[in-house]
Design a protein around this ligand. Structure first.
Ligand code: AMP
Ligand code: TRP
Length: 339
């Protein structure tokens, strides 16, 4: 008896490799609204579409004065913050930079193709030289080379960041070009990916929101603190009287409403016609920010109550990256003539 064999099913096509993205964030103690709207929202969104790697950059944090115990605590706090905001360890890899020390080896090798003049003209270096004149350490100068190493060790091609990182990303691209032209095509040129709010202004309405300026809205703070911070925001400085029409285009509170709810045009109209005053618009913004971050705030508290869980996620992330980091280092050593 012969049996007709059904034709063997065609092998399933190998899943197309998803493009890889990478971003790093300093363990700076607090996550403010600028971090979330400018970068972290994109980390969360992109983890579903890309092979996403996110790193808490404790080596970079050493370039500004710090307390070792505090750095350890803040590293865990940043991990808990990112997880609370929606990073899913099943969907992305989250790890601590110093757990993959290959980054520093690659940074050294990339230093040898990076002219000092490129580093000296980096805006953040010039700024730091003014802000911390007693501690202009070499790490500050080399900071962008380590950043380039972070990205290219995983051959990532996209980098979600805020606009303030554009100059660093440009430098990463230049370093990649310098390396590839000397040693052969090795790394892709990384590209920055911005959100719809690539520069979030602080409560002063003038400077970029930043912990060092002290103009932040701290999304994991107690609701009362968030409300105080929002109510202290500078609005349209030309709107003096309650009956003066407002100019939403130049009002930071109105701009932030774009990120919370889909009715910002109605809110803007209220301002333009002086139907609403700045205080009303701020109150509404405070309510919305508090509500929006209520669940993440609760998740953050839960995660901080289970430090071993956070540490496990970080350790697993670093371990998962070991083969990738080591493979790149083997390739780079080979290309550069190291044995
Ligand atoms: P940092 O806290 O400086 O490590 O920044 C972490 C991420 O948040 C980086 O991608 C920054 O570009 C982004 N970021 C920080 N401050 C702002 C801001 N005020 N507006 C937009 N993005 C920001
Ligand atoms: N310089 C970045 C910042 O201050 C942090 C950072 C370090 C980073 N390495 C990176 C960002 C690699 C993107 C990719 O925010």
């Amino acid at each position: 008896m012969t049996t007709e064999l059904a034709p063997a099913p065609a092998p399933a096509p190998a899943p197309a490799a998803r493009p890889r993205i990478f971003s790093g964030i300093q363990p700076s103690g607090i996550v403010h609204l600028g971090n979330d709207l400018g970068a972290i929202r994109n980390y969360v969104r992109l983890q579903y579409e890309y092979e996403a790697i996110y790193c808490i950059v404790d080596y970079h944090a050493l370039t500004s004065s710090h307390d070792p115990e505090l750095l350890r605590t803040r590293t865990r706090e940043m991990a808990a913050s990112l997880l609370a905001l929606g990073l899913d360890p099943e969907r992305c890899t989250l790890f601590v930079q110093s757990h993959r020390p290959e980054h520093t080896e690659l940074a050294w090798l990339l230093c040898t193709v990076t002219p000092v003049s490129w580093l000296e003209r980096t805006p953040t270096y010039k700024e730091k030289k003014q802000n911390q004149p007693d501690d202009i350490n070499h790490g500050l100068l080399t900071y962008p080379v380590l950043q380039a190493a972070d990205i290219v060790i995983y051959k990532a091609s996209l980098v979600p960041v805020g606009k303030d990182q554009a100059a660093h990303l440009e430098l990463s691209r230049e370093i990649v070009r310098a390396f590839n032209s000397r040693y052969g095509e090795t790394f892709p040129e990384p590209q920055a990916v911005f959100t719809e709010a690539p520069i979030v202004l602080g409560t002063d309405g003038v400077k970029k929101m930043s912990k060092s300026v002290g103009n932040t809205i701290d999304i994991f703070a107690e609701p009362d603190t968030i409300r105080k911070q929002v109510m202290s925001m500078v609005t349209d400085t030309k709107r003096i009287l309650r009956t003066d029409p407002g100019r939403p285009e130049v009002c930071n509170v109105c701009q932030l409403h774009r990120s919370f709810g889909d009715d910002y045009e109605t809110i803007w109209e209220g301002e333009r016609t002086a139907r609403t005053g700045c205080v009303d618009t701020k109150r509404l913004l405070a309510d919305r920010i508090i509500e929006h971050y209520r669940e993440p705030r609760e998740r953050y508290a839960e995660l901080m109550a289970q430090p071993e869980l956070v540490d496990e996620i970080l350790a697993a992330g670093a371990e998962r990256l070991r083969p990738k980091a080591q493979a790149t280092m083997a390739e780079v050593r080979e290309r550069m003539g190291l044995r």
